[in-house]
Ligand binder design. Structure first.
Ligand code: GTP
Ligand code: MG
Ligand code: ZN
Length: 355
């Protein structure tokens, strides 16, 4: 059976992407969507079908964070090779594991992010706030998907808990093993839309993906009985089509989501606290024993809970630190570039003298 081909629209192409392409680009190549990132290249889908294409080092090095699933690339017409990565319309990213503070892309060009958590011990408001900040920063709609509803006596309690930390964000409780969950999530799964699943290991991301696709496209794993933790069954990001025509990106479970410079996203998640802060007597109020502090007043009067304020402070600190590190890194690269240019100039001058 030949692999089905897709129109650009079906693949999720948007006018915003076309704006970045010149006439020359269209003469030299054509757009394709990245559905898998491998060591020996990228799996892509385009109007010409499916292909494995080479990603030249120079093209890969030109973009940070590195190319990811959901990216659009320009492929060379004459060879299975990427000419360049097309500017991203949105990006969900985190700070990669390890001490280097590099950003790692989770998925690109999304319409929504399903933040998946279970109706059990995995549920953690402060962790949800983290994911929401990243989604808001990326300008995409987060949806909290509460799995294992079939094993839980009080799903409404979980939905309420989501509403309490994110009024206006949809929270949908599902049994991820059931095909019926597709209908509940249909509003976010229309043709040409892209949604990524993110969350801890074992919460049912791949199980839900399979229920939506209608077959076992992704391997699923058990969880440890004692602490409900998963076993990191999914090990790479993968994008595939649903019968509805939407695209799902399943991702490996994350132990933690270390946020980047998502200060605006943090502000959006905690708009209630920012509204209190706007009423503090002093504009530079630190909300720590300052006179006339509206945030501490809200806390004392029970209109704001201590956990939420602590979470806000923590995420603000992390985002500010990430922004600082990114600036430092940029400045370092700039100075290094300047220095090598000066060295080259000196070498040229010396050559000129010696000649
Ligand atoms: N009863 C029930 N079991 C579920 C549900 N969702 C997931 N499971 C089970 O939970 C286990 C883990 O599910 P996975 O889909 O592998 O979890 P995952 O989020 O993809 O995990 P990683 O790939 O490790 O990140 C499997 O045994 C699933 O059958 C649900 O809604 N109800
Ligand atoms: Mg999985
Ligand atoms: Zn204050």
């Amino acid at each position: 059976m030949p692999f089905p081909t897709f129109t650009l629209h079906q693949l999720g192409w948007r006018p915003g992407h076309a704006r970045h392409l010149t006439l020359e680009d269209f003469e030299a190549g054509y757009p394709a969507r990245v559905v898998g990132v491998h060591r020996n290249g990228l799996s892509v889908l385009s109007a010409r079908g499916a292909a494995l294409v080479a990603l030249p080092h120079a093209v890969a090095a030109a973009i940070e964070p590195a190319v990811t699933v959901g990216d659009w690339v320009l492929l060379e017409t004459e060879a299975p090779r990427v000419l360049r990565i097309i500017e991203r319309q949105s990006l969900v990213a985190r700070i990669a594991a390890g001490g280097e503070h590099r950003m790692q892309a989770i998925a690109a060009n999304l319409d929504s992010l399903f933040v998946v958590t279970s109706c059990n011990d995995d549920f953690n408001p402060s962790r949800l706030e983290r994911y929401l900040a990243v989604a808001f920063e990326a300008g995409i709609e987060p949806v909290v998907v509460l799995t294992k509803a079939d094993l839980c006596a009080d799903t409404a309690g979980y939905v309420d808990a989501v509403q309490a930390i994110a009024a206006g964000v949809a929270a949908v409780a599902v049994d991820a093993t059931s095909p019926a969950s597709a209908a509940r999530l249909a509003p976010w799964l229309e043709e040409g839309r892209t949604v990524a699943f993110a969350g801890s290991s074992g919460v049912g991301k791949s199980t839900l993906a399979n229920s939506l696709v209608g077959r076992a496209a992704q391997a699923t794993g058990g969880i440890r009985e004692d602490d409900a933790r998963g076993r990191h069954t999914t090990t790479s990001r993968e994008m595939f089509a649903l019968p509805s025509g939407a695209w799902v990106i399943d991702t490996p479970g994350m132990r933690e989501l270390r946020i980047g410079a998502v200060e605006a996203g943090v502000g959006a998640v905690f708009d209630d606290i920012e509204a209190f802060a706007a009423q503090c007597r002093f504009r530079d109020c630190r909300h720590e024993g300052d006179a006339g502090c509206a945030v501490e007043r809200a806390l004392a009067e029970g209109r704001l809970d201590a956990r939420r304020l602590a979470s806000y402070r923590k995420l603000q600190r992390e985002a500010a630190k990430a922004a600082y590190t990114a600036r430092e890194r940029h400045e370092h690269a700039r100075r290094f570039g300047l220095m090598s240019r000066q060295v080259q100039q000196l070498q040229r001058e010396r050559k000129g003298r010696d000649a």
